[in-house]
Design a binder for this molecule. Structure first.
Ligand code: ATP
Length: 291
């Protein structure tokens, strides 16, 4: 096989609580990941160039096209263990907003690990790919599982959850760039007694209790972001006024989402948002797939 085309889906976090700071500087969290039906498309192609001469193209041109791109890092990581992996061309058609808390970079990285495994017949299993993924970013392993999952540790220890009912999701991104490390550095850790319980949201997911799920949506990182980034707070307020079960910021922002029933006609509500990047999507059961 000379080339492979993949869809790499976005995620939202239905729940995110921060437990403690670890000696290595990362934070232990409890989160519920949910795949949504918004995807980037990637084509990965073998080339005859020297091993580290990769070439990345992205349309629109919104991410680094060099060693700083997570997809480049994904190839390099596998090359460090499997010398037979050569230089590749990577084309990324971006739809997932960048730095949006939707895991776009992580999802692209997972897709490229998957692609290299196929193109070079490395024979790695999904758990093995997932382990490589965790070296690139805490969210990367989730995309090998997709669907709905409880994440513990730094978000990389995953337990699949059964989503009883699909639902529609409105995503709205105000276009501001929020640095994830900055959000974590400025976070005030909750006391143990203040922590929100992930099991409540997990139960709502598995029992299909949409109204209760809407009420239980929680993200500890909002405390800092909504104060420091008024545009995110304003968007959340506006989105809360639409017909929805609940509204929340995803990951470290800046995307805000709300859960709506499939039957709701909310076109006019989306138009009212006056947000450059807002659209309706839907829960998905996969993190990536061959296109
Ligand atoms: P997460 O939700 O996993 O914290 P995010 O959705 O907030 O991530 P990304 O879109 O993954 O953010 O981008 C984070 C950073 O990674 C940006 O600075 C971006 O330039 C960089 N980056 C590197 N490679 C990619 C890629 N292939 N796609 C998107 N961003 C990338």
């Amino acid at each position: 096989m000379e080339e492979i085309r993949l869809r790499a889906f976005a995620k939202i976090n239905l729940f995110l609580e921060v437990l403690n700071k670890r000696p290595d500087g990362y934070h232990d969290i409890e989160t519920i990941f949910q795949s949504v039906n918004l995807h980037d498309t990637l084509v990965v192609r073998k080339t005859g160039r020297r091993p580290h001469q990769h070439m990345i193209r992205c349309n629109p041109d919104v991410v680094p096209l060099n060693q700083n791109n997570l997809t480049w890092k994904a190839v390099s990581l596998l090359q460090s263990c499997y010398p037979q992996v050569g230089a590749v061309d990577i084309e990324i058609q971006k739809r997932i907003p960048v730095s949006g808390g939707l895991g776009g970079g992580s999802s692209n990285a997972a897709a490229v690990l998957f692609a290299i495994n196929e193109l070079y017949d490395l024979g790695l299993t999904l758990p093995q790919l997932s382990l490589f993924g965790s070296k690139l970013g805490a969210d990367v392993p989730f995309f090998f599982l997709g669907g709905t999952a409880l994440g513990r540790g730094i978000g990389d220890q995953l337990t699949p959850l059964q989503l009883m009912h699909n639902f529609d999701v409105i995503l709205a991104n105000p276009g501001v760039h929020i640095s994830t490390p900055t959000v974590f550095q400025n976070l005030k850790l909750p006391l143990t007694s203040e922590r929100q319980d992930v099991r409540i949201v997990a139960r709502c997911v598995e029992q299909g209790l949409l109204p209760e799920l809407g009420v239980g949506l929680f993200n500890r990182l909002e405390e800092f972001v909504l104060v420091e980034y008024p545009s995110v707070a304003r968007l959340k307020r506006e989105l809360s006024r639409t017909v929805s079960y609940g509204t929340l910021m995803s990951g470290s922002g800046a995307t805000v989402f709300s859960l709506v029933a499939e039957t709701e006609d909310i076109r006019s509500s989306i138009d009212v948002l006056q947000c450059p990047s807002s659209f309706r999507t839907r829960t998905a059961s996969i993190g990536l797939e061959i296109a």
